[in-house]
Ligand binder design. Structure first.
Ligand code: C2E
Ligand code: CA
Ligand code: CA
Ligand code: CA
Length: 273
């Protein structure tokens, strides 16, 4: 309800009503989707510049609505978080990732999954991660957990404690969306990250000389402390060339490939030998 002038509650705008309705429909869709297994993973290959081939991938969650069109995770993930559905969804993602690794031994790379802050608040999450991966015969080293600085900022002590436990168990951590405004080097320096993912926004500005200098400095700084970099959101040849010249270790972006359905991803990996 909107406030106006004297602070009186006046009306629901049509837009607010529609947004509210859309949210409720989406919540239903998420709940039904979890029961009917309407969720699935896409895999976006990640190119290793030194090896000249794809060597890893990121698993991205997908949901089809009743018309068969895809709902964006950028829309349904925040909603799932708000409505208490994210933890169920997240365990489903981890299980699908484990099943993929178990079912396709021909794929030997690592697989990134995205974590939400609420997963870190679950009391039994560490033993559950360990037993789930054991049940699927998946070495924890195969899974890379992507988190953003926002997640760390929300509950630094808790996130740090869980991160350390999972790292000791063999899981790897990637810092996602680096360069999107929260960036503070202190997290990177104090937390056990294997890899930093440079956000698309850094790539978008790469035609600009100052941005190039900044990105080069970032990459060099991480390398100096033994942290790898993946550059995200590379869409064209010029961006690819510049980022490779600046020394990024790996590249993920539409230039190389969009996120792919399981079968297409496996074909692509098979094709490169
Ligand atoms: P993210 O983790 O930053 O994932 C990268 C997003 O960038 C993906 O969008 C991917 O499709 C897109 N992308 C990759 N290369 C390019 C490019 O060259 N150009 C452009 N314009 N975009 C590119 P997607 O799949 O829509 O996912 C959006 C966000 O939803 C993810 O951002 C992540 O934060 C979240 N998400 C996805 N799957 C999961 C999940 O299983 N769990 C959680 N908690 N969040 C997820
Ligand atoms: Ca990610
Ligand atoms: Ca990202
Ligand atoms: Ca993101």
């Amino acid at each position: 309800c909107k406030e106006r002038g004297g602070g009186k509650c006046l009306y629901f705008s049509r837009e607010m009503y529609q947004a509210f309705r859309r949210q409720n429909q989406l919540v239903d869709l998420i709940k039904r989707g979890m029961e009917a297994e309407q969720f699935y993973l896409n895999f976006q290959p990640v190119y290793n510049c030194a090896r000249g081939k794809f060597d890893s991938c990121e698993a991205l969650l997908r949901l089809k609505d009743e018309n068969g069109s895809n709902v964006s995770p950028a829309e349904f993930i925040p909603l799932a978080e708000k409505r208490g559905l994210i933890n169920g969804l997240s365990w489903m993602v981890i299980e699908m990732a484990c099943r993929f690794i178990r079912d396709y031994p021909e794929y030997s790379g690592s697989l990134s999954i995205n974590f939400s802050v609420l997963q870190f608040l679950e009391t039994d999450m560490v033993p559950r991660m360990i037993s789930l991966t054991q049940r699927y015969g998946v070495r924890p080293e195969r899974l890379k957990i992507e988190i953003t600085e926002r997640i760390i900022a929300e509950d630094t002590r808790r996130v740090l404690s869980v991160m350390n436990q999972l790292t000791r168990a063999g899981f790897g951590f990637y810092l996602d969306d680096f360069g999107t405004g929260y960036s503070s080097l202190s997290y990177v320096l104090t937390l056990p990250f294997e890899c930093i993912k440079l956000d698309k926004s850094l790539v978008d500005g790469i035609g600009n000389e100052k941005n190039r200098i900044l990105v080069e400095a970032i990459v060099r700084c991480f390398h100096a402390i033994g942290v790898e970099t993946i550059t995200e959101g590379v869409e064209n040849e010029e961006q690819r060339r510049i980022m490779a010249e600046l020394g990024t270790d790996r590249i993920q972006g539409y230039y190389y490939s969009r996120p792919l359905p399981e079968k297409e991803f496996l074909e692509l990996m098979r094709g490169q030998g």
